[in-house]
Design a protein around this ligand. Structure first.
Ligand code: ZN
Ligand code: ZN
Ligand code: ZN
Length: 599
């Protein structure tokens, strides 16, 4: 206990009205928990609070030891230090890519002869696998033969994984079902967009100013869904507050903000469907932007929830586009959902279709008539006059020009990454009764809409879901779309286009390590992890073999001991780094310091 008392905690209110009797239960309960103190200290020093233990075997010496790696969580609710480190890397990534002057494209090397030889064998195996289907043999023989070929393929794929080839040669799963042709006809009511061939250029234009300085303007855009009904809003007009649609003027913290002016008229169904399909709408938007702009526009941004609980997105764009063109593209951007129609529920959650054991399908609870299968429902969509079940559209776009290296650019980057360590709904947590009612109503709508072809909710719309099986309960689908933590949006939170900085987060992390080593080389010795990282790279990637160690394994110390050690190591390392930096000041300029390390 005495050690814990050394750790400063929130100052107790000494002038409190009544102090509990020392030694009483109330007095004991007031004392801070030891495990909270440990967690707080770990967070304070940027030490991962849920480290993974890896068992590392040195293949040269045979020595085995347990090493720790940070959990790498992106949500602060899971691990604050890791989430914060991730956010800083994002900031660094956005900053480096935003105003790039040179193309970041890296030309891949030609595949080596070893890789090509393996691919050749893989091709023969694929041919043989297909041929087995047509050769005369008994079904049992066929199964055995296929299993043999598949085992050979698996082995070969593993060997391919060890060559220098990137990515996978074939899709992960072998889908035996025939592919369905889906119509992608353009809807007639969409305005036409210019369609230019896309030039591979990814950097924006540079302009020379009067003083001879080169300007590289870029943009910050916000993409918002259309209205689902008027909501109470705080409307600033310069120094004044303008009246909301309800006639009142709301302050920035008003309890009704974000809730519908007329809840009866608010379109919760569209609000829910737009949230479910927003990620696809964003995809379409970037496709349209590239086609209409005629060059390979790059972006980095994040999706957030508005106060009205609709997802919207902020993006940094490299280079500039005419505002009028952006507005035109936004108006023309839509995503068609080619699912069976689900406009009106046929059954209720209380009286859903029932599973017929003999038929192995769902039937009407009264007539016992089977429901159309997923395949039948999709076939009906091939009729020439069929329409998509839903069309999700983009609403508004706001665009702002941003100049490289300005305070505005830095502020925008912080703005884009502000909430990426939080769950989507954390930022829009309802506070008042009105806001809670709005949240619950939207969530109720999401509970009965189909989230995917396999969703149990299809039963409500008289369709058997894809891959039908017994035990499906409409309204109880466990898909992420239906959860309170997503409110329908299950796409990626952070979206960075492939040629943004030409680097992945892992590359940025490696940059930071290199920077630390440059400083340390100036005179800091024997500090575990960082020297170790250097040694690992010198020995090549194959020196160590790693396996995950379980917390209950005898060679893994308790988490608390590991955390205490990590905190101590971090404190000493920081101090050593500071000393080394002062000694080598000048050798490595402080301005080159990667942002992810600033703390
Ligand atoms: Zn962590
Ligand atoms: Zn209002
Ligand atoms: Zn579902």
């Amino acid at each position: 206990m005495s050690q814990l008392e050394l750790i400063p905690t929130a100052a107790p209110a000494t002038d409190a009205v009544e102090q509990p009797r020392p030694g009483s239960r109330a007095d004991r309960m007031r004392k801070p928990l030891a495990k909270d103190a440990l967690k707080q200290l770990a967070e304070q020093h940027g030490v991962c609070v849920r480290p993974l233990a890896l068992r590392r075997t040195d293949t040269a010496t045979g020595v085995t030891e347990v090493v720790e790696v940070p959990c790498g969580a992106t949500l602060a609710a899971k691990c604050k230090p890791c989430a914060e480190r991730g956010r800083r890397l994002r900031i660094q990534q956005i900053r480096e890519g935003w105003h790039l002057a040179d193309e970041p494209t890296i030309r891949p090397d030609k595949p080596g002869e070893d890789a090509l030889a393996l691919v050749r064998v893989r091709a023969h195996l694929e041919f043989e696998r297909e041929a087995v289907q047509y050769q005369p043999m008994t079904p049992d023989e066929r199964v055995a033969h296929l299993a043999e070929i598949d085992a050979a393929i698996a082995e070969l794929d593993e060997a391919l994984g060890e060559t220098s080839l990137r990515g996978h040669l074939t899709p992960k799963d072998r889908d035996e079902r025939p592919r369905r042709k889906r119509s992608t006809r353009r809807r007639q009511d969409s305005p036409d967009l210019p369609r230019l061939p896309v030039d591979p250029r990814t950097v924006g234009r540079a302009y020379s100013g009067k003083t001879g300085k080169t300007h590289r303007p870029s943009m910050l855009v916000t993409l918002t869904l259309g209205s689902h009904g008027a909501v109470h809003s705080h409307l600033r007009r310069g120094p004044y507050i303008a009246p909301c649609a309800c006639g009142q003027r709301h302050g920035p913290n008003d309890d009704v903000l974000g809730t519908p002016v007329d809840p009866q008229a608010y379109d919760y169904r569209r609000a829910a469907l737009d949230a479910i399909h927003f990620a696809r709408v964003l995809d379409r938007w970037w496709q349209n932007v590239r086609r209409a702009a005629g060059w390979n526009v790059q972006y980095a941004g994040a999706v957030e929830l508005q106060r009205r609980l609709a997802p919207h997105a902020h993006f940094a764009i490299r280079g500039t586009l005419p505002r009028r063109l952006l507005k035109q593209i936004a108006a023309a951007t839509y995503h068609q959902v080619w699912w069976p129609s689900f406009s009106e529920p046929v059954y209720s959650v209380d009286k859903p279709p029932v599973w017929d054991v003999d038929r192995q399908e769902y039937v009407d609870p009264k007539t016992r008539e089977p429901l159309p299968t997923w395949g039948e429902a999709l076939d009906a969509l091939e009729e020439p006059d069929s329409r998509p079940a839903y069309v999700a559209r983009l609403g508004r776009i706001d665009a702002r020009g941003i100049e490289q290296g300005t305070k505005d650019a830095e502020r925008s980057i912080r703005y884009v990454t502000k909430y990426v360590t939080k769950d989507l709904t954390d930022q829009a947590r309802p506070r008042s009764d009105a806001q809670k009612a709005h949240f619950d109503r939207l969530h109720a709508e999401l509970a009965v809409l189909p989230c995917s072809p396999t969703c149990a909710n299809w039963l409500l719309y008289r369709v058997q879901p894809d891959g039908v099986k017994p035990g499906l309960t409409p309204g109880r689908c466990t898909g992420k779309v239906h959860q309170r933590s997503t409110l329908g949006f299950t796409g990626r939170r952070v979206l960075v286009s492939r040629q943004w900085s030409g680097k992945t987060l892992a590359d940025h992390r490696a940059d930071n390590r290199a920077w630390v080593r440059a400083i340390v080389a100036g005179g800091m010795a024997d500090t575990e992890e960082h020297d170790q990282a250097a040694a690992d790279e010198a020995d090549g990637p194959n020196r160590y073999r790693f396996e995950l160690a379980r917390p209950e394994d005898p060679d893994v110390p308790p988490l608390e001991h590991r955390l205490l050690r990590a905190i101590s190591a971090r404190i000493r390392w920081r101090a050593d780094l500071e000393t080394a930096r002062q000694r080598t000041a000048g050798a490595v300029s402080a301005t080159d310091r990667p942002a992810a390390l600033a703390a």
